[in-house]
Design a protein around this ligand. Sequence first.
Ligand code: AMP
Length: 192
Amino acid sequence: MKRIAVFCGSNKGTRAAYAAAAENLGSQLAKRGIELVYGGGCVGLMGILADAALKNGGHVIGVIPQSLVIRKVVHKKLPDLRVVKSMHERKALIAELSDGFIALPGGYGTCEEFCEVLAWSQLGYHQKPFGLLDVAGFYRPMLQFFDHAVAEGFIRPAHRELILVEEDAEKLLHRLETFQPPAEVKWIKKPL
Ligand code: AMP
């Protein structure tokens, strides 16, 4: 994997474990020579993640809409910052640039970003792996909800398996690297 996109909170959250996980993931990516693609912010877990990757000699690509650059939340020390016109353009570019996706804890923005990646995946628009870093059980309620959606017939079991879940960044990166898409998911092989 050359590049991985990470979605994560623009806040740090209440537990020290969240910031520690963002820092560890940033340094793990850098040490493995995997470039980080992310939302380009300097705030919350986003800033911690990017700083850790940079501190360990990693390459970081930030993709941010013009409106957020003006609001001064942009990370000013990125070697590669792509300023785009809209949130839609940002998500499309992040998806195009990346070979896989990871979500750390976050709020609406993070959930929206990774649910879109999963929705595209189940439709066969891409075959890139998605991993959830379940720090301190943060995503347990959401995973229970997805299981509920499977039981109620709204998510197919094969599509539920598209979510790779680990508590440890190294284990998660290994699962992304060895990911085989489920046979049930047909790949449309068309650009997004
Ligand atoms: P949230 O989980 O609601 O904090 O939103 C975080 C996600 O939304 C990140 O992965 C970003 O792509 C985007 N985002 C939200 N707030 C910002 C911000 N202040 N600067 C840059 N990106 C942001």
